[in-house]
Design a protein around this ligand. Structure first.
Ligand SMILES: *Cc1c(COP(=O)(O)O)cnc(C)c1O
Length: 377
């Protein structure tokens, strides 16, 4: 098969690109608009229709989407934003981009999702927002987080880069926070190569984020062409965080396959669960009021390092998600963070292991992973 990894290496995640995806992208390459064109608006509308969110602002990657979110919420120097440490560094970095201060609250030991009690305890008079991370693809306890945010007058942000297609109590991820962020990196559920999107029901926030992704200027090239004028003004310090039509066409094509891929990921996760029943390998707890999107399949084992080594020696791309963000040298050295600040996340970090999971895997591959893993114990 074209594009397979060398040998029989099994990555922890990867994209699926079919001929119809390629044809869709090729059509854009022959069209008039390569960026800021109709395929961008179509992809935004498609993700809105899928999630039920009113507005979607597509940007160049998930990190840019997080940055735009912090800008739209007016996060600045002196403001604190409560963040989960069990995430990719970008979730907290976006607060720093705006000059704000990330404050880490701890996670629930069963799910590694932001613990609402710990988040509430971290609130100070400077707190402006809470960012929950739908870790591994499972939604946070959004009802509890919403209640806290409303009671304390805070904005609520979902870093749902793991959770496109997930549902919480029958509601789609994308509508549960004031702003929800998705990433379309190739290891995520659907890909645009690089890409991200901010979802919101709030027209003012959406407008601010559109503005931010294109230099903070008042009109787009398309709008100026239609109006027949040349005038524009820069009113905010924005960036070039635009995404191309080439990428968005791929995104729309991929999105059609997402429901089947989520089903497949869940079926593969159940096959892993069955293989680990009665062993010392403990999958993270799945809440029964949610549809898990299974970006990652994560287990805990006290023998993580030995097992990890054995898997890698056998060509299996096991991984560890994540080093708690507050323990990265940058956070320790520049922000004075240290061990002991989030004991639940820190203990989990010593035991968690991500096993390969993507929609193109088959049961044979799951069996291969399980037999190496169970033998290593
Ligand atoms: C992937 C990811 C991001 C960043 O997305 P990019 O598109 O790679 O910039 C942010 N947060 C989480 C939780 C992610 O998994």
């Amino acid at each position: 098969m074209v594009g397979q990894f060398p040998g029989s290496f099994l990555p922890y995640g990867r994209q699926i690109i079919d001929d119809d995806d390629i044809a869709t992208v090729a059509a854009v390459l022959r069209s008039d608009w390569l960026t800021t064109g109709p395929a961008v608006e179509r992809f935004e509308a498609d993700v809105c229709a899928f999630t039920g969110a009113r507005h979607g602002v597509a940007v160049s990657n998930g990190t840019a989407a997080l940055h735009a979110t912090m800008f739209a919420l007016d996060i600045g120097p002196g403001d604190e934003v409560i963040v989960s440490p069990m995430t990719f560094a970008a979730t907290a970095n976006c607060v720093l981009y705006q000059g704000g201060t990330p404050v880490f609250a701890d996670v629930d030991p069963a799910t590694l999702l932001l613990d609402p009690l710990s988040a509430e305890a971290a609130i100070t008079p400077h707190t402006k927002a809470i960012i929950g991370v739908d870790y591994a693809g499972q939604p946070c306890d959004w009802d509890a987080l919403r209640a806290i945010a409303n009671r304390r007058g805070l904005a609520l942000v979902a870093d749902a880069c793991h959770a496109l297609g997930a549902e919480y109590k029958g509601r789609k991820v994308g509508t549960l926070a004031d702003i929800t962020v998705f990433s379309f990196h190739p290891v995520k559920h659907i890909t645009t190569g690089e890409g991200g999107m901010c979802m919101t029901d709030n027209a003012t926030l959406a407008e601010k984020m559109r503005h931010f992704r294109s230099h903070g200027i008042t009109t787009t090239a398309g709008q100026r062409e239609k109006a027949g004028g040349w005038f524009y003004e820069m009113t905010d310090l924005g960036y070039n965080y635009r995404i191309t039509d080439i990428q968005c066409a791929l995104g729309s094509s991929q999105l059609k396959k997402l429901p089947a891929w989520i089903k497949k990921r869940n079926a593969l996760a159940r096959a892993y669960d069955a293989a680990f029943a009665g062993t010392s390998i403990k999958p993270l707890v799945q809440r029964d009021d949610c549809l898990h999107a299974y970006h990652l399949y994560v287990v805990r084992t006290p023998e993580r390092n030995a097992v990890f080594k054995r898997l890698r020696e056998n060509g299996i791309g096991a991984n560890v998600h994540y080093i708690p963000v507050h323990l990265h040298p940058y956070y320790r050295e520049k922000l004075g963070m240290k061990e002991g600040m989030c004991p639940v996340a820190e203990k989990a970090y010593g035991e968690i292991l991500t096993l390969p999971l993507w929609a193109g895997m088959d049961n044979q591959a799951i069996k291969r992973v399980c037999s190496v893993l169970l033998e290593a114990l």
